[in-house]
Ligand binder design. Sequence first.
Ligand SMILES: [Zn+2]
Length: 266
Amino acid sequence: MKKHYTFSTGETIDADLDDLRRLLAENQQYLDNYEEVYSSLEDDDYIARGNGFCDRKYSDDFIEGQMEKYAQRVKEINGWIENDERMDAHQALKLLKEGNARFVSGQLVPKDHYAEDRLKLSEGQHPFAVVLCCSDSRVSPEILFDQQLGDVFVIRNAGNVVDEDVLGSIEYAVEHLESPLVVVLGHSSCGAVTAACQGGELPGHLVDIAKRIKPSISMDCCIDDNARCHAEHMAQLVRENPIVEHLKVTVMGAFYNLASGVVEWM
Ligand SMILES: [Zn+2]
């Protein structure tokens, strides 16, 4: 579908994503050649020899201005493409659900292109989702959502608790990496939730983790229901974060079943 775009120079175009890519390629080529054309100009005889400048005279200022204009144009088209390709929370959630279905069925997408991905990703990251989950070795989000390098921004600690450091990481991901979706993922048989449910004396800093889980605990519920409740409670804390709220980021609680591999969404 074509959209209407306005350049900062005032020109307008109607283009779809393919048109934008073509325009970008054309203008980038123009810009590359421009250096060559510009440096080939002879003193006091501003005749450019290519790219539409044939047989016409241009002043130095005009040529500098054109260069700036094309640089700006490339920047704008790049931005439009990036915006169009940035997904929303609905699409991000769909990818996670589809990935988990592949994981459950064992029909995983091939992972034989890491070398290529590494090169591409060394220039930057645009993870489409943030996942806060337990450090439990059986709950690896990239694996259970069948995602690739660079797809998911992962924050982990025992019991998937929300503290200042976690909120800072989430703020970074939603604000600077523009991830549209945050998932707080609890799981079955969680040791941290079990410890919080059992109460009693806990050694060292486990006390701090339990302290953040206890408000979610109901003695009438089983461990797994408490883990569900805790994930949703942590999701609510993330929703109340001013940056998350301001950017209208979607936050969802979820629960991973260790035996079946299925992620339930709340
Ligand atoms: Zn756990």
